[in-house]
Design a protein around this ligand. Structure first.
Ligand SMILES: Cc1cc2nc3c(=O)[nH]c(=O)nc-3n(C[C@H](O)[C@H](O)[C@H](O)COP(=O)(O)O)c2cc1C
Length: 264
């Protein structure tokens, strides 16, 4: 099994120390686990320009796709993603947000239905829960099936020494994450994941080729066949969530009839 670690920081600080602990715990559970790392400070990803070409014409048209594609390929290849980012002003740092900006087109075109994630953040005192919750919400929107969160108060700027309690917390979280990967079991998505998926599924119907403001969203949902189902068919979906999803599909379709997103 492959794990990709994204270091969403410009240095290897407290958060990286904790991430290495989790990595050691995972390797103790299974020495055959393969790890790959992306350190965002090393990859020279320019700021998202906000050109919206990814939304409108597909992510391959992003002016930074020479860098972004490499990251997408690595996420595609992994079974589990570990996203580590410190808490800066109750949020993730700019370097991590910049990556999320470059991937946010996938909220319109979710794809990572068989993947699981673990989000790690350390904070001086407060805000780590907000940071991990934000990343988790985004990844669930991208289709991730499960998302574990490890927010920790380090009470230190650059000299975090994990306490026994934190060491145990890391080991517990590593075990949960590993078991989720090992089982390969896909869980029924949350109501909010079903709602987001279906709103975009519905909205996409007014952006298919031929519409005045066609976007790649319209093509994607047809091309993948996802337009036909209230969630990815890979993932179990109980009848009541299917009904709920189809309701939001209908709402999305009707909203986009009246609220057309324009571009020039
Ligand atoms: C720019 C900046 C912003 C920060 N914002 C917060 C904050 O909002 N709340 C807090 O409790 N600590 C804050 N801190 C402290 C860090 O969250 C804390 O030291 C964390 O463990 C740093 O992780 P790192 O060493 O991986 O960068 C901030 C530190 C920096 C440098």
């Amino acid at each position: 099994m492959k794990c990709l670690i994204i270091n969403g920081s410009c240095h290897k600080g407290n958060t990286w120390r904790l991430t290495e602990l989790v990595k050691e715990d995972l390797l103790a559970l299974d020495a055959t686990l393969e790890f790959d790392e992306i350190h965002l400070k090393d990859i020279d990803l320019p700021y998202c320009l906000g050109c919206s070409l990814c939304f409108r014409q597909g992510h391959t048209r992003c002016p930074h796709n020479n860098v972004v594609q490499g990251i997408i390929d690595k996420i595609d290849e992994c079974d589990g993603l570990i996203f580590a980012a410190p808490t800066f002003n109750m949020h993730i740092p700019a370097v991590a947000k910049n990556l999320i900006d470059h991937l946010s087109f996938m909220l319109h075109r979710p794809r990572y239905f068989d993947k699981k994630a673990l989000i790690i953040s350390t904070t001086g005192a407060v805000g780590a829960k907000d940071a991990t919750k934000y990343v988790c919400g985004t990844l669930i929107g991208l289709g991730f099936n499960r998302c574990f969160q490890l927010p920790i108060s380090a009470i230190s700027y650059n000299d975090y020494q994990p306490s026994e309690k934190h060491i145990r917390k890391c080991a517990d979280m590593a075990k949960k994450f590993y078991n989720a990967l090992k089982s390969e079991k896909l869980h029924s998505p949350s109501f909010s994941a079903v709602m987001t998926y279906n709103l975009f599924r519905g909205i996409s119907r007014h952006y298919t080729p031929g519409y005045q403001y066609a976007t790649y969203d319209g093509t994607y949902w047809d091309e993948t066949g996802l337009v036909k189902t209230a969630y990815s068919p890979q993932v179990p979906l109980p009848f009541y969530k299917m009904f709920y999803g189809n309701l939001f599909y209908w709402i999305g379709k009707n909203i986009s009839k009246r609220l057309v997103v324009t571009y020039k």
